[in-house]
Design a protein around this ligand. Structure first.
Ligand code: PAF
Length: 270
């Protein structure tokens, strides 16, 4: 039995509640918010740190993904994390590894369309992490909203006995959502990255003034995104939070999904 499983089963046998925060490292305040929540709710807090090669569909994106293991370990210690689970790629994916979890229709649009295979990779590693760390609950950020929806669906479809806890996006002072990839932005790209937040704010403002038409709202958002000359929009849409189906009329709870790439000397995905 893997050591990680033995530790958790021991804790559970003593009646402890186990919480997992799955990460790819390069921890920032967004991750720390998830960890603090786990600390409040669990007796045994596990943070996993694993840059999962199966969810990258571009080699250069994988190679440039930021890592800072020593710093991550310090931060976890400061937050009172009990276990950092940082397996290596060979342990997670031995050469004859041959089984994947396949994401369904929820993965066909947005991030799944821009990055084929990405969500199969995410669900496969999340499924493995659930089996290895056997948590009562796992915490995910709403920043990757489609990922959160897919994980919830997988938990329901495959009967994982894990409660999924969602936490809101944490932003920089100027509104940029915290993300490990932000470190990769050149100065000019970083300056322009506020286009994402201004697009979201514009839509929120128009909705609060009574505008309901999806097309009008999306073109208002696109106007803001176009102001950033180095940014190429992959998608921007307004969707039902459960089904991720685009709404023609924004007349109920909804979410704006927006993502794209920065070009320049180093391309960066946000
Ligand atoms: O959101 C992430 O950091 C990753 O997609 C996750 C959930 C840790 C799986 O590798």
């Amino acid at each position: 039995k893997p050591l990680m499983q033995a530790v958790v089963l021991g804790a559970r046998a003593q009646g402890q509640t186990v919480g997992l925060v799955p990460t790819m490292g390069a921890l920032h305040e967004g991750h720390l918010a998830l960890i603090r929540e786990a600390r409040l709710q669990a007796d045994l807090v596990i943070v996993s740190i694993f840059v999962n090669p199966k969810q990258f569909n571009s080699d250069s994106d994988l190679k440039s993904y930021p890592t800072s293991l020593n710093n991550d370990l310090d931060r976890c210690a400061q937050q009172g994390v009990d276990v950092v689970f940082a397996p290596n790629a060979e342990t997670m994916y031995p050469p004859d590894f041959d089984t994947m979890i396949s994401a369904g229709a929820l993965a066909k649009s947005f991030e799944g369309k821009s990055r084929p295979g990405h969500f199969d990779g995410v669900l496969t590693v999340v499924g493995k992490l659930f089996t290895l760390t056997f948590p009562h609950f796992a915490i995910f950020g709403e920043k990757d909203f489609q990922q959160l929806a897919l994980v919830k669906r997988m938990v329901r479809d495959l009967h994982y006995p894990v409660e999924i806890v969602a936490m809101p996006v944490i932003r920089e002072l100027d509104g940029l959502a915290l993300s490990s990839r932000n470190k990769l932005l050149a100065k000019k790209q970083r300056k322009q990255a506020i286009c994402l937040f201004s697009a979201i704010q514009e839509v929120q403002e128009q909705v609060s003034m009574g505008e309901k038409r999806r097309r009008t709202l999306i073109s208002a958002a696109r106007k803001h995104l176009k102001k950033a000359s180095l940014f190429t929009t992959d998608y921007v849409d307004i969707v039902d939070p459960k089904t991720l189906a685009p709404l023609t009329e924004v007349d109920r709870q909804s979410r704006i999904l927006v993502a794209g790439q920065f070009s320049g000397r180093k391309p960066v995905r946000l």
